[in-house]
Design a protein around this ligand. Structure first.
Ligand SMILES: NC(=O)c1ccc[n+]([C@@H]2O[C@H](COP(=O)([O-])OP(=O)(O)OC[C@H]3O[C@@H](n4cnc5c(N)ncnc54)[C@H](OP(=O)(O)O)[C@@H]3O)[C@@H](O)[C@H]2O)c1
Length: 261
């Protein structure tokens, strides 16, 4: 990674897309891209734009800069429709960040403490959202990456998805779906380069962030290690700005350090 911004960094106007933007870290990315970046268009996708009041408020505060489209990772047709709508709006994307992810859902998904807790439907649901979701997004949006200019395709992964870093066990569905998501990112890093020579595909770990996803598991996390969504988004945008061609196909934490697969 380069230490200083390259001429093609995101200080120049560029369209950016945040997938999973209704709340949490995704929403913080949208806010910061709008507030801190030059005039580029920001595209936000989420399952239910009507229910995402903060996105509507941001769209009013930044006239013409923010477009919001529906996209449900469990419905490939909605991913294809969102891609079609975005193609009609912008020629290229300089940044696409997959933020949507699941760790727990009431009545459907609970992180497993031991193998006896594994539930097949819950496991498959995790994989459909955390692994297949970003892959289908790449399938439908790949044509929006420019042929030779710098562009970043990033997916929010998690350190617990690192096989090399796994010392505690547990959380079978989340760990496995994020490890598989990392493989998807690495595969895309190889394939997308053949057409989009400036593409940089990375997995990113945001740290432990105070959102609905981490809420039940924050006990024992010291205050200084629990980031706000705004802190996490700011740190990751600075990591994204520092990426160069050598970063393609790698896994980075919020502080720019590389995480083993
Ligand atoms: N928070 C942490 O400590 C932490 C740590 C490591 C990694 N991460 C990763 O960071 C990412 C963002 O997490 P977060 O903390 O911001 O979580 P969050 O606040 O719980 O937000 C999760 C997001 O995922 C969306 N989503 C869930 N299922 C979806 C689907 N089927 N289709 C489209 N969107 C869907 C939600 O949309 P709705 O509003 O429609 O439900 C919401 O926008 C996740 O990938 C997570 O694994 C988070």
């Amino acid at each position: 990674m380069s230490q200083s911004p390259s001429p093609a960094s995101f200080s120049s106007p560029v369209a950016a897309l945040v997938q999973g933007a209704s709340r949490g870290i995704g929403l913080a990315f949208v806010r910061q891209l709008l507030e801190q970046r030059d005039a580029g268009v920001v595209i936000a996708t989420c399952r239910n734009p009507q229910g995402a009041g903060v996105l509507s408020t941001l769209a009013e505060a930044h006239p013409g800069r923010l477009q919001v489209y529906p996209l449900d990772l469990l419905e490939e047709a909605s991913i294809a429709s969102a891609a079609k709508a975005v193609r009609a709006r912008v020629e290229h994307l300089g940044l696409l960040i997959n933020c949507a992810g699941v760790l727990h859902e009431p009545g459907r998904l609970q992180p497993e403490r031991r193998v006896a807790d594994v539930d097949a439907d819950a496991f498959v649901h995790s994989v459909r959202v955390n692994t297949l979701g970003p892959l289908l997004v790449a399938k439908h949006f790949q044509g929006l990456f420019p042929a030779s200019k710098r562009a970043v395709y990033a997916s929010l992964s998690a350190r617990v998805g690192s096989i090399g870093d796994n010392r505690l066990g547990g959380w079978y569905a989340y760990r496995a779906s994020k490890a598989a998501q990392n493989m998807v990112t690495r595969n895309l890093a190889i394939e997308l380069r053949r057409r989009a020579r400036g593409i940089i595909c990375v997995s990113l770990h945001p740290g432990t962030v105070d959102t609905g996803l981490s809420k039940p598991f924050q006990r024992g996390v010291p205050g200084h290690k629990l980031f706000t969504p705004e802190q996490a988004a700011a740190k990751l945008l600075s990591v994204i700005d520092s990426l160069d061609g050598e970063s393609n196909g790698k896994f980075y934490a919020w502080d720019g350090s590389e995480i083993p697969w």
